[in-house]
Design a protein around this ligand. Structure first.
Ligand SMILES: [Zn+2]
Length: 419
């Protein structure tokens, strides 16, 4: 994560002028200090726009976009009518105010007067969905640009503090802390493109079959085989393809015979994008495009480059799925987050059968000796006290008349006892 710092105005453009000082001069001080504060927090800073040079809007925003930075902080100081005071942060109308708020809250803690966090829509074209400030408008969505207005230099109290080196240190340290907190909270929530899948092929096949049962689910296996060569998460790559192709039903501009499962090069009805000779080649091109974004590594040995757009990718510019927002898809707000959410849904809907659990086998019944037809009578007589010895082994033997008479006589006495 790299941050580019811009010192607002420069060269022939002085910005605001108050109390004999130009804004561009004050901005340079704040930009330099902020860069140092960020570096002290181990944040990668691009200082190439901290200078006293005039750039046209296009020149400046092209330099910002080409820097490879994810965030741009443009340092400014305000002027109005001398009565207004306070610190302000401006963010894009297209982004949340998370970064701006994080900075604002830190500056508030310094007890410097803080005014507001805001975004401003362009009014040039009515109903236009564009930012008012060109540095934000022309860098979105490639870079998250915010404008920091440290204070109102035409206000006497603000001016006194803005030109005080202690306050300059305090304010830039607070801004750097806010940025750092935003970065660390953002990294935690991102999901790397490289790595191993959470879902198994059967889970994805079940999900696919539930929506599109006419497609050969073997494509899932192709995704897993090829992704493993490149070290890409196959499940999320396949989920991206079902997003791009509407569950392989190809309801957009790309046709099924193109074998283009990720919308590579497709920009509209007149340009349906790349075509590939086989399903495997199309899948490999998709994986190669992800590989280009996620890494700066060369292709794995022996692989054919199917992705004709591979070299158009700024290598390593999107190590996470969320980083593809505004790159693979424009504006692409929530593009990568969508795949991670879908992975979660599939995981819950189609729980994986645990392959390690041994199958429950029927145990063969333990052979039981056959029970003699007279055993229950023998046991009943024993319980009644009419037999004193165990005879279960000799039930088939014939009894003598004497044994029989004795037994019947015992029974007769038992019956008489009960009368
Ligand atoms: Zn300015």
């Amino acid at each position: 994560m790299k941050i580019i710092i811009d010192s607002g105005h420069g060269g022939k453009d002085p910005g605001a002028v108050a109390f004999g000082m130009t804004e561009k001069y004050l901005n340079l001080i704040f930009a330099e200090l902020l860069a140092t504060q960020l570096e002290n927090l181990n944040i990668d800073v691009d200082r190439s726009l901290i200078n006293d040079i005039y750039y046209t809007p296009k020149e400046l925003t092209d330099l910002i976009k080409d820097s490879g930075a994810s965030i741009c902080i443009s340092c400014h100081n305000n002027a109005f009518n001398g009565t207004v005071r306070g610190f302000e942060v401006i963010h894009s109308i297209h982004t949340k105010d998370t970064l701006a708020k994080s900075i604002f809250e830190e500056v508030k803690k310094t007890n410097f007067i803080v005014r507001r966090v805001f975004s401003r829509r362009s009014t040039v074209a009515p109903g236009s969905d564009q930012d008012y400030y060109y540095i934000i408008r022309l860098t979105h969505p490639h870079v998250e640009t915010i404008i920091v207005e440290f204070g109102f230099m035409d206000n006497a109290e603000d001016f006194k503090m803005l030109t005080d080196s202690v306050w300059q240190q305090r304010l830039t340290a607070a801004v750097a802390t806010g940025i750092s907190q935003y970065i660390s909270s953002n990294i935690v929530t991102k999901t790397s493109i490289l790595g191993t899948s959470i879902l198994t092929p059967p889970q994805l096949k079940s999900a696919l079959k539930a929506v599109n049962h006419s497609i050969d689910p073997g494509i899932v296996d192709i995704y897993y085989t090829i992704s493993s060569v490149y070290g890409i998460k196959a499940d999320l790559a396949f989920i991206q393809s079902i997003h791009e192709t509407n569950w392989l039903r190809f309801t957009g501009v790309v046709q099924p015979e193109q074998n283009n499962f990720s919308g590579l090069g497709a920009t509209g009805p007149n340009n349906p994008g790349l075509s590939f000779p086989t399903v495997a080649a199309g899948v490999e091109a998709h994986i190669q495009h992800l590989f280009a974004y996620a890494t700066i590594l060369p292709l794995p040995a022996g692989r054919i480059l199917y992705d004709k757009r591979f070299n158009l990718v700024q290598r390593g510019s999107a190590p996470s799925w969320e980083d593809l927002n505004g790159k693979w898809a424009v504006p692409g707000i929530g593009y990568g987050e969508k795949f991670v959410a879908m992975q979660n849904t599939i995981l819950k809907t189609y729980p994986d059968k645990l392959p390690d659990t041994p199958p429950i086998t029927e145990k063969p019944p333990i052979p039981q000796p056959p029970v003699h037809w007279a055993k229950s009578c023998h046991d009943a007589l024993t319980e009644a006290g009419l037999l004193s010895n165990d005879h279960t082994d000799t039930l088939d033997e014939s009894a003598s008349k004497g044994v029989l008479f004795c037994l019947v006589n015992s029974l007769r006495k038992e019956l008489m006892k009960n009368e």
